[in-house]
Each structure stands twice: as structure tokens, then as C-alpha cells.
Ligand binder design. Structure first.
Ligand SMILES: Nc1nc2c(ncn2[C@@H]2O[C@H](COP(=O)(O)OP(=O)(O)OP(=O)(O)O)[C@@H](O)[C@H]2O)c(=O)[nH]1
Ligand SMILES: [Mg+2]
Length: 233
């Protein structure tokens, strides 16, 4: 099996080494591409160090500027699609996504084009969220489902596994969201293309280290971004 996890990082120095180690514990074969946007906390240097220690398994893409999660993913995907990977995964690098779920993704992807890790498939599976954050996330999910009409329980999830051909079929040139809405846009486009989408339950653990990037500006961008997605397509 040829699989790679793309890990976007911005100021994840406190989390990255542990994440890489936990993915390695799961499998010595699975590759990782860390996409760092010149993090001021030195995540990029740490990524290089991890890559030096694991030259056949850990790779790093350095970008000069922080210009959003979506742009980081697009650059990462372009790089990995040049190689012969069968499966390409997306994960947050803040330890919110647990590598122990990986076998479930690999099982489901056999019969799907995309597998989405869902926090809401079996009730609500989140750890360390206050009520405000929980309500916000639930509202976001329902809003996305209502506006885009995609039948997914967790359309904003960042833990996903793509079959190579499915990712290629999306064609990144036409994407217009560059931030967190990118995760919604990917799934929306996959759905509109008629790709076969599966879901697996995941437990989401809120970050213990590093700063949260969620603020009102991000929320407004997301509300507007999802609406724009529906209006354009
Ligand atoms: N390369 C890159 N990575 C980013 C950028 N923004 C966020 N990330 C990374 O994307 C992943 C998800 O972002 P988070 O900040 O954890 O987003 P979140 O989970 O919605 O919110 P919090 O965990 O509460 O901060 C993390 O690994 C971040 O480091 C960016 O502009 N560039
Ligand atoms: Mg996070």
C-alpha cells in the first residue's frame, strides 16, 4: 500500500514530533509530508530534523508565507500527486486527530473514493470542548449541510482519506477558498462529481498546546465562504 499523510503546520512545534512518532507507531510504511508556512515558532526546523532522522518516511515542504490552510494543502497535494501514492490523507497536526483511527480509513477506502472522519457519526465524539465550541461546530455542520445539500454528518472535518484518482479529478485550479472552507469545498466538489463518499467515526481531541486560530473573522469568512460555494456552483 502506498499512502501519505499531508500535515499542514503553522506553529505546531509542541505537537509535531509526537504526532510523527504516533503515525510511525501505527505503520512504518506510511509516508508524511509536512507543509509548513514559515512558522515563527520554528516548526519548519523541527520538521527538517524529523525528516533527517526518517529520510524515507518524512518529507517537508516549506512555504514562505502563511496564506491559509487551503493553499497549503493544494501545494502539498500537487507535490504528492507527482509520486505514485494510491491513498492521500489529510490530518491536523495539533494531535486533535488520532492516528489509531487510520486502519478504519484504510478499510473503507477500499470501496470508496473518499472517506471522511466524522465527529458526529455516532452521537458526538469530541474531547475538551466547552459548550460554546460544541454548539458552534454543530451549527457549522448543519449550516453546511443545509446550504450545500451534501449528506455528510461532518462536512468541515479535516481528517480525510482520498483515493488518488478522486483527488486528481477535483482539479485544484478552480478552487476559490483558501482558508478552512477549503475542507468543505473539497467535499462539496467530490459530492457534485458523484464520487463515492464514506464516513468513519473519529474522536476529536481539542489541542492542548499551541494557540487556537478560531476567531470571529474566521467564523464570518466561513459563513460567507460556504454560501458563495453554493451560489457559484
Ligand atoms: N501550513 C499551514 N497550516 C495551517 C494554516 N492554518 C492552520 N494550519 C494547520 O492546520 C491544522 C488545523 O488548524 P487548527 O488551527 O488546528 O484549526 P482548528 O482545529 O479549527 O482550530 P484550533 O485547533 O482550535 O486552533 C493545524 O495543523 C494547523 O497548524 C496555514 O495557514 N498554513
Ligand atoms: Mg485544531
Amino acid at each position: 500500500m502506498r499512502a501519505i499523510v499531508v500535515l499542514p503546520t503553522y506553529n505546531e512545534r509542541a505537537n509535531l514530533a509526537e504526532l510523527v512518532e504516533r503515525i510511525q507507531q501505527f505503520s512504518a510504511d506510511i509516508h508524511m509530508l509536512i507543509v509548513d508556512d514559515n512558522s515563527p515558532d520554528g516548526t519548519g526546523e523541527l520538521a527538517d530534523e524529523l525528516s533527517r532522522k526518517n529520510p524515507d518516511q518524512v518529507f517537508v515542504l516549506h512555504r514562505d508565507l502563511k496564506d491559509g490552510l487551503g493553499k497549503a494543502y493544494v501545494d502539498g497535494f500537487k507535490q504528492v500527486l507527482k509520486k505514485d501514492y494510491e491513498y492521500i490523507l489529510q490530518m491536523d497536526a495539533d494531535l486533535s486527530h488520532d492516528p489509531s483511527h487510520l486502519p478504519a480509513f484504510f478499510e473503507q477506502i477500499e470501496s470508496h473514493d473518499l472517506v471522511v472522519g466524522s465527529r458526529y457519526l455516532n452521537g458526538i465524539s469530541v474531547v475538551n470542548w466547552d459548550l460554546k465550541r460544541l454548539i458552534l461546530s454543530k451549527m457549522a455542520t448543519n449550516y453546511v449541510r443545509f446550504v450545500t445539500r451534501t449528506p455528510l454528518t461532518d462536512a468541515t472535518s479535516g481528517f480525510n482519506c482520498w483515493r488518488r484518482e478522486a483527488l486528481e479529478a477535483l482539479g485544484f485550479e478552480g478552487f476559490f477558498s483558501s482558508g478552512y472552507v477549503f475542507l468543505v469545498e473539497m467535499k462539496y466538489r467530490a459530492y457534485r462529481k458523484g464520487l463515492k463518499i464514506g464516513e468513519v467515526p473519529i474522536v476529536f481531541v481539542e489541542r492542548k498546546s499551541g494557540d487556537s486560530k478560531l476567531d470571529w473573522r474566521v467564523i464570518f469568512e466561513a459563513v460567507w465562504g460556504v454560501l458563495r460555494l453554493r451560489l457559484r456552483h
